[in-house]
Design a protein around this ligand. Structure first.
Ligand code: PLZ
Length: 452
């Protein structure tokens, strides 16, 4: 294919897409520019975007735009396409299912793939107790249902979430989410009976895990009371909140307290799940066994699917007909999930996540050694972040972070920011990204930081 054909013909996605960064126009190029003008006119202003491009194909570690630019993808569509976009097994499974049937509604006419996804989740999630699952469409919907189930099981109402936590954009999950802008501001009133506890944030609180847990538990006991508390929900490593890894022992102490007090411990593994952190689930890394676990994102290779999985006696607390939804566990999404889970289990992706993490941490720590504006480098597996600070005061530097991220995208490297203070760049590459491309992506980040 000549360079000109590359620009005019839309390439197929998947791993055979050339694994290269290639800029043939400035970003956005003319075609992308056109789409963004149509977006501004047709799509509600509240729906933002990070990279100003029109995506037309993606695979391995790249996203190709309508102008023929090939960008390095260090975000995986927010931790979704961990298998690499358009993974061949997922594509095949979806094509076969779409020709068979697209929908019956599982609550009307059940089908096998939903049950098989539930069986797979019951098997691969942490703990060897008897488990059951229920399937939904989005992460927020899974979180909503986990709370419904925990309340019905415990016959209690209060829920504790943590500082910096993110659980979604629906009414209940907005209440659980910590950050006002952009997630909550002006969208209240929020659901009641939601309380917030302090998190372990080793870089900023200087506490050990057990000390931070003691502080959180004391606040929970004094301000809520175990007798009123249905559930504690926490991301084992916080995603949107800044890739905060709690100090060792923090999560374990919270789980122990929940178990001693008839409180359901819910791990929100929507961002951390499916090999991302170098284990199938982040809970495995911390040696905790949640009562309920919410999953989504990486579960189905990019198809919309989410789940709640947990102890059978808790999952069965809801009466028949109490859980569900028209599309929950859609057959196309279930077919994709079965293919994706098989790929996670058989293609060495957990090991690969750790290799990707070693490269990222090694390179970022080298940069940090020369540049005090990188205050912290943290994460597990292929879920790694750098926190940017003012080198004299140590205060969060959101302006620097946003300038670096924008410069990276202009140079053809898609990076995402996060953090309560907007001062974290997070790295969530597809696990199939070739080493050379990952190094090139980090080179671009380093150059953007040096120039900022
Ligand atoms: N819980 C831990 O990370 C989604 C949100 C991006 P949905 N995170 C990305 C944005 O700006 O909307 C997320 C998460 C955790 C829940 C959710 C919600 O998952 O599938 O977006 O509803």
């Amino acid at each position: 294919m000549t360079a000109i054909e590359t620009v005019t013909a839309t390439p197929l996605g998947g791993p055979s897409l050339p694994q290269e960064r290639r800029l043939v126009t400035s970003i956005p190029g003319p075609r992308s520019h056109e789409l963004l003008a149509r977006k501004a006119a047709a799509v509600a202003a509240g729906v933002g975007h990070t990279a100003p491009i029109e995506a037309v194909a993606a695979g391995g570690g790249v996203i190709v735009d309508a102008d023929g630019n090939s960008l390095i993808d260090l975000g995986s569509g927010i931790a979704v396409t961990s298998l690499g976009n358009a993974h061949p097994k997922v594509v095949e499974a979806v094509q076969a299912q779409v020709a068979q049937f697209t929908h019956t509604c599982f609550m009307v006419s059940p089908y096998e793939s939903y049950v098989a996804v539930a069986e797979a989740l019951n098997r691969i999630t942490p703990g060897d107790h008897v488990k059951k699952s229920a399937l939904f469409n989005s992460g927020a919907e899974a979180v909503e249902n986990a709370i419904k189930i925990a309340r019905k099981h415990t016959k209690k109402q209060a829920v504790v979430a943590f500082d910096h936590g993110y659980h979604g954009r629906t009414n209940l999950t907005m209440a659980l989410t910590a950050k006002a802008m952009p997630y909550k501001s002006g969208f209240g009133p929020f659901a009641s009976e939601i309380y917030r506890a302090p998190l372990s944030y080793p870089y900023r609180d200087g506490l050990t895990g057990p000390e931070a847990a003691k502080k959180a538990i004391s606040i929970i006991e004094k301000q809520v009371g175990a007798d009123n508390l249905a559930a504690v929900i926490i991301e084992p490593i916080q995603g949107e909140g800044g890739f905060i890894v709690p100090a060792d022992g923090f999560l374990n102490a919270i789980v122990d307290w929940c178990r001693a007090n008839d409180v359901v411990f819910i791990a929100d593994e929507i961002q951390t799940g499916f090999a991302r952190t170098g284990a199938m689930f982040a809970s495995d890394r911390f040696g905790i066994v949640p009562d309920l676990i919410t999953t989504a994102k990486g579960i189905a290779g990019g198809l919309p699917l989410a789940a709640v999985t947990g102890r059978a006696e808790i999952m069965d607390a809801a009466h028949t007909g109490g859980l569900g939804g028209t599309y929950g566990g859609n057959p196309i999404a279930c077919a994709a999930a079965l293919a994706a889970i098989e790929a996670f289990e058989t293609e060495g992706l957990i090991e690969r996540a750790n290799e990707v993490g070693e490269i990222l941490v090694g390179r970022l720590r080298d940069l940090q050694a020369q540049d005090p504006r990188i205050g912290d480098v943290r994460g597990h597996g292929a879920m790694i972040a750098a926190e940017f600070v003012d080198s004299t005061t140590g205060e969060p530097d959101a302006a620097l972070t946003s300038a670096v991220a924008k410069a990276c995208i202009a140079q053809g490297v898609i990076v995402l920011t996060c953090g309560t203070y907007g001062n974290v760049i997070r790295f969530l590459p597809p696990l199939t990204i070739p080493d050379a491309l990952l190094h090139e992506g980090i080179d671009v980040v380093a150059a953007a930081l040096a120039a900022a």
